[in-house]
Write a protein that binds this ligand. Structure first.
Ligand SMILES: [Fe+2]
Ligand SMILES: [Fe+2]
Length: 328
């Protein structure tokens, strides 16, 4: 069963759907007349990217996209289990909720992938070495395949694409508009990619849809390479910045993580749709998170590791993080 079968009674999305956002920006780029004589670490990542190219049309088993179970995710991946109003719903309603949440989350990933596509294409111009430009060009094509996969998946399997959250829309706009390559780089390779990696692990763990599980393995391997590129390149660069510049960059990451953490507002929207007590559902979810501390830990672990590796996790930033409920 697909969500396509349930379109007549879907949970309402945002009422007005903006079809596009335009931007006009100046980026500081460079044309380099000096080429590296010896291949460095970034070059080996570029070689890996060429060797690991895959085709989102012919390498993905689209013909196996039908699956027997009505729900897209395993029961363990549904935190509303145990909430009495949710448990009292008919299976068809719980199934509809599950597909709707899935559609919303995968749509957000799709828009994030497009953001990465646009930013990585700008990075080809901005990056300060030739081998970094070459790697960025391989990333452009990786992100293109990710956009291709997720948009086809949403169209063919799920049946609908939701607009991005306001927070993600704002972040992508900021990334493409900021003329500084390192801000684009931090936003894309550290913030978005780290959160995406965690999300992919979660999807891989709970999905019941074979074609999604299959493609996520390819996509996650690409993203791991992008993160490695980000970390390798940034750690040298950030060492040269002043503490004020560093603080600006750390704050940028933290502020945006907080904004993105609950940007989809999934559960409030479900509670409102079914007339449930929003505070009671929030309480249930908080208890669920307390019983499963690994969920938030897994969600942010990769981000912590990458921030630390590049030097963005200063004492001040760490203290700021520990004061925030979402990171504890
Ligand atoms: Fe991607
Ligand atoms: Fe990526």
């Amino acid at each position: 069963m697909m969500i396509k079968d349930m379109r007549n009674n879907r949970i309402p999305s945002e009422s007005s759907v903006q079809q596009r956002s335009d931007f006009s920006t100046k980026i500081h780029g460079s044309i380099l007349w000096k080429y590296e004589e010896e291949p460095g670490r970034i070059h080996s990542l570029y070689e890996l990217a060429k060797a690991r190219m895959w085709n989102a049309r012919s390498d993905v088993p689209w013909q196996d996209s039908n699956h027997n179970h009505p729900f897209p995710t395993l029961d363990e991946g549904e935190p509303m289990h145990g909430f009495s109003a949710y448990d009292a719903l008919a299976e068809s309603d719980r199934c509809r909720i599950s597909w709707w949440r899935h559609a919303l989350e995968i749509s957000e990933i799709l828009h994030g992938e497009q953001g990465a596509l646009l930013v990585s294409s700008q990075l080809v111009s901005c990056m300060p070495t030739v081998e970094a430009k070459l790697f960025a060009s391989s990333q452009v094509f990786d992100e293109a395949r990710h956009v291709e996969f997720f948009s086809r998946y949403l169209h063919e399997i799920v049946g609908e694409i939701h607009p991005p959250s306001n927070e993600l829309r704002r972040l992508i706009q900021t990334m493409v508009d900021d003329p500084r390559w390192d801000m684009k780089f931090i936003a894309c390779q550290i913030l978005i990619e780290s959160l995406a990696m965690a999300k992919f692990q979660e999807i891989r763990q709970y999905t019941r849809v074979p074609v999604l599980a299959f493609a996520i393995d390819y996509i996650a391997a690409d993203e791991a390479r992008h993160v490695k590129f980000g970390v390798e390149f940034l750690k040298e660069h950030l060492r040269e910045l002043s503490s004020v510049e560093l603080a600006e960059r750390s704050d940028f990451v933290l502020d945006n993580v907080l904004r993105l953490a609950n940007s989809l507002n999934v559960y409030t929207r479900i509670a409102e749709k079914y007339g449930w007590d929003v505070a009671a559902l929030r309480h249930h979810l908080r208890q669920y998170r307390i019983r499963h501390p690994e969920i938030n830990r897994n969600r942010f672990r990769q981000l912590f590791i990458n921030m630390k590796a590049v030097g963005l996790l200063t004492e001040r930033t760490h203290a700021r993080m520990m004061s925030m409920e979402v990171f504890r």
